[in-house]
Design a protein around this ligand. Structure first.
Ligand code: ADP
Length: 447
């Protein structure tokens, strides 16, 4: 087992990882920018190292400074959290070259899944169902027209190097195709320095369903069931739940089994999430994230398993603590992402939190790094906490969530809490009847 882990992140996830390390008796080092000197994870860590000024590229993305911090403190492993360097293959390779363990998969696995065309090809080869579309990059209009006619309109043009929903264009008919191809490719070139694009069938009313997987690094793979993250705004997840209200036990076992086998065949090591669009009973792979996800606590709530403990065990060579048959699903969990944003316009609302009171009681978890008097710096993303509620079934979970949201107090800044108070009372949400477009339509109506 590791003696000392360096946590290369900030905010709620840095604290989340720190808690897991403490439980396992592992010493902790955190790195932070000058803007985060007063953060909770800095206060609670055994050691902290200031690695630079507020902009992420000078601190949380500064590989040299982070490696230097490992060497100064003698850390033997790095947990990257999510975002920042968590899916940076070069970072994983550099750590390996310094004999420091990256708590995550190999640089090669990160690289494959970071290139969407390569990821899709790999998924297909491993028996994972994919969205019908081009087999690789599409460069000329004639080929694009032929593929689009074959799969049928509407189609979506996506950037191979894409991320964060950028570089995507929908073509409803052949008349839109030329311009969609051009704009997607130009946007991709500008945003990612790689203008390769590919074509897929555009699914009109899908749900976003993702499967939590783990590889033990010795050729075994397991799945921890799915999460439904269909409630999104601008491709950003807002509300996540497990299990999905749309799946039955047979579908869950089928897609879970396919994913676990793929992870085993890849000899993947650590946590991963295989993301699908789901429509009319069919799953279509869209991408794989090779890291811990923001919404992992809903899976922890229904399985009772600490996924960060498992990541640390696997990375240290100790394998998983569970086999597939040990993973049981119990009840229902929902996570609300609480952002420091206006609940209607979603403009960021940094500033000082004058009062912070979290709900409590059975089935309630709040993951947050903030406190009364905390000043939210304007440099980073606006997530200030996550409310995760568990109940024996979805109805009980929703009743508990409504009560927890009523108890939650954040004063001094605007937050997205009022949005969740509206959603929890909505009939479609109560029925679990929503797709990936539901939230945007709902917000447009409210305006
Ligand atoms: P990114 O990495 O940029 O987030 P994804 O491939 O994960 O890109 O897609 C992001 C979102 O775009 C999906 O959650 C979905 O809302 C939409 N999307 C992607 N592919 C399709 C598709 N084939 N049909 C319909 N919507 C899609």
């Amino acid at each position: 087992m590791f003696q000392k882990i360096l946590i290369a992140n900030r905010g709620e996830i840095a604290l989340r990882v720190l808690r897991a390390c403490k439980e396992l008796g592992i010493q902790t080092v955190v790195v932070h920018s000058t803007a985060d000197a007063d953060a909770m994870h800095v206060r609670l860590a055994d050691e902290s190292v200031c690695i630079g000024p507020p902009p992420s590229r000078d601190s949380y993305l500064n590989i040299h400074q982070i490696v230097a911090a490992c060497e100064i403190t003698g850390a033997d492993a790095v947990h990257p959290g999510y975002g920042f360097l968590s899916e940076n293959a070069k970072f994983a390779d550099i750590l390996a070259a310094h004999n420091i363990t990256f708590i995550g998969p190999s640089g090669d696995h990160i690289r494959i899944m970071g290139d969407k065309i390569e990821a899709k090809r790999t998924a297909k080869r491993l028996g994972i169902p994919v969205v019908p579309g081009s087999d690789g990059a599409v460069t000329d209009q004639k080929e694009a027209r032929r593929i689009a006619a074959e799969i049928g309109y509407p189609v979506i043009i996506k950037a191979s190097a894409g991320g964060g929903g950028r570089g995507m264009k929908v073509a409803l008919t052949e008349a839109d195709l030329e311009i969609a191809l051009q704009t997607a490719s130009t946007e991709a070139g500008a945003a990612f320095g790689d203008d390769a694009v590919y074509i897929e069938k555009y699914l009109e009313k899908p749900r976003h369903i993702e499967v939590q997987v783990f590889g033990d690094g010795f050729g075994r793979g397991v799945h921890f069931g799915e999460r439904d993250c269909s409630l999104q705004r601008r491709h950003q997840k807002v509300w996540e739940e497990a299990p999905s209200p749309a799946l039955n036990a047979e579908e869950r076992a089928r897609i879970g089994g396919i994913c676990a086998k793929a992870i085993a065949d890849l000899s993947y090591s650590g946590a991963g999430t295989i993301e699908f669009l789901y429509e009319n009973g069919e799953f279509y792979f869209i991408e794989m994230n090779t890291r811990l996800q923001v919404e992992h606590p809903v899976t922890e709530a229904i399985t009772g398993i600490d996924l960060v403990h498992e990541q640390i065990r696997v990375a240290s060579g100790g394998g998983l603590s569970v086999k597939q048959e040990d993973i049981k699903f119990n009840g229902h969990a929902i996570e609300c992402r609480i952002n420091a944003e206006d609940p209607r316009t979603f403009t960021p609302s940094p500033g000082t939190i004058t009062h912070f009171h979290t709900p409590g009681g059975l089935g309630i978890r709040v993951d947050s790094g903030v406190y009364s008097g905390y000043k939210i710096p304007p440099y980073y993303d606006s997530l200030i906490g996550k409310l995760i509620v568990h109940g024996r079934n979805r109805v009980e979970c929703m009743m508990r969530l409504r009560r927890a949201l009523d108890e939650f107090v954040v004063d001094g800044i605007k937050t997205t809490l009022p949005l969740f108070r509206d959603l929890v009372g909505n009939a479609d949400i109560a029925n679990g009847d929503y797709d990936i477009h539901w939230l945007e339509k709902y917000l447009a109506k409210e305006d």
